[in-house]
Design a protein around this ligand. Structure first.
Ligand code: HEC
Length: 161
């Protein structure tokens, strides 16, 4: 009887350890996957993703190529939507800067799409981000669209930013 009393807890322990190891390793790899998915878009427009200079150049370009339809203050007119505030958030929240860049390049100016150099589209996107009060930073928007697709647009200001 003594022997059984001693033995049973050991067995339980061995089985439990085995189960937990299995469960934990599943958990761990699950967590890795989540982290991987997150790290591909772990930057947001609140992280200072364009420079002030880039946005300034964008301002000039916007005035020449976009303001005739979207208005000087970016609030849009007739069928051209506002590119700031709620309507910007409505259109672009949860998309990425890369998508904003690509759509703008592919569709705008609507009377002559894709007619500007890629660098000019980046400058204009920087200006649009600035106009939506996302902060400037040390580095310009990357020339690689894949990198821009890792930057999430979100109007929700994270804590401490
Ligand atoms: C000739 C008028 C005109 C000009 C110039 C113009 N746009 Fe537009 N834009 C529109 C209209 C109309 C729409 C809405 C219909 C559409 O999406 O085509 C629009 C839509 C947009 C959208 C939303 C696109 C979407 O469907 O998600 C963005 C962003 C935008 N414009 C940016 C720009 C930028 C940046 C420029 C300057 C490079 C520009 N537009 C120049 C007329 C114009």
């Amino acid at each position: 009887m003594n022997r059984r009393a001693c033995f049973a807890p050991v067995l339980v322990c061995v089985v439990l350890t085995w189960l937990m190891n299995g469960a934990l390793s599943v958990n761990a790899s699950g967590r890795d996957d989540v982290q991987e998915a997150k790290s591909s878009t772990n930057r947001t427009v609140w992280d200072g993703v364009y420079t002030e200079k880039q946005a300034e150049r964008g301002n000039t370009q916007y005035a020449q190529a976009c303001a005739s339809c979207h208005a000087d203050d970016l609030r849009g007119k007739s069928t051209a939507p506002s590119l700031v505030e709620e309507s910007f958030a409505f259109l672009w929240d949860d998309a990425t800067v890369g998508e904003l860049f690509e759509r703008t390049q592919r569709l705008m100016p609507s009377d002559r799409p894709n007619s500007l150099p890629a660098a000019t589209y980046r400058e204009i996107v920087a200006f649009i981000l600035q106009s939506n009060k996302f902060p400037p930073g040390e580095k310009e928007l990357d020339a690689e669209v894949a990198k821009l697709k890792q930057i999430l647009i979100t109007s929700k200001k994270p804590e401490g930013k």
